[in-house]
Design a protein around this ligand. Structure first.
Ligand SMILES: [Zn+2]
Length: 187
């Protein structure tokens, strides 16, 4: 299946993010049966809130095609897009998006909002979901499992360190844990 094949490539991008310690989300854009752009989450690395896989890939694809419109392209993403990326997909006029896992906390392809198919906008996207769903979910789960484990270890280390310093690190760790542990998808 074509969709699986391209999602496999998006997963490869997500694994790059994973290896860098970033939330593993990957994306590819296909034009005339060819991958013309790739992206992975690099928010921490590049220190920008715009460092989402989809934004990187859209930027690349526009450059390749020489147009801000990506009207004959299909985008493959391992995780349902956030509001920013769903907005960028609409802006780029991408006609079809293929998704791996859904994101109940931030997804805008049906989970929280359905920006991609909002009829009041001038562009609607055809969405295909659940492609390599288990692989996409498993990669995210594994990432958050490891993050929790490393947070736990840091907490222990901090406990052994001086009292004042320990308190400070514990607080930051707790904050980080809270942010991710509450995510219903990643338990
Ligand atoms: Zn995004």
């Amino acid at each position: 299946m074509e969709d699986e094949r391209y999602m496999e490539e998006a997963l490869r991008q997500a694994r790059k993010a994973f290896d860098l310690g970033e939330v593993p989300v990957g994306c590819v854009i296909v034009y005339k049966d060819k991958i013309i752009a790739r992206g992975y989450n690099c928010r921490n690395h590049k220190k920008t809130s715009l460092g989402h896989a989809e934004i990187t890939a859209i930027r690349q694809a526009c450059k390749k095609i020489g147009d801000w419109r990506l009207e004959e392209c299909t985008m493959y993403i391992t995780l349902e897009p956030c509001p920013m990326c769903a907005g960028a997909i609409i802006q780029a006029r991408i006609p079809r998006v293929v998704l791996g896992a859904m994101n109940p906390r931030a997804g805008c392809a049906g989970s929280i909002l359905n920006i991609l198919q909002e009829e009041r906008f001038n562009h609607q996207v055809e969405v295909t979901g659940d492609i390599l769903l288990e692989e996409c979910q498993e990669l995210l789960k594994e990432f958050f499992r490891r993050l929790r484990k490393s947070n736990k270890e840091k907490k222990l280390e901090a406990g052994e360190a001086g009292k004042g310093q320990g308190r400070k690190i514990n607080f930051l760790t707790r904050l980080r844990q809270k942010r991710y542990n509450n995510h219903p998808m990643f338990f």
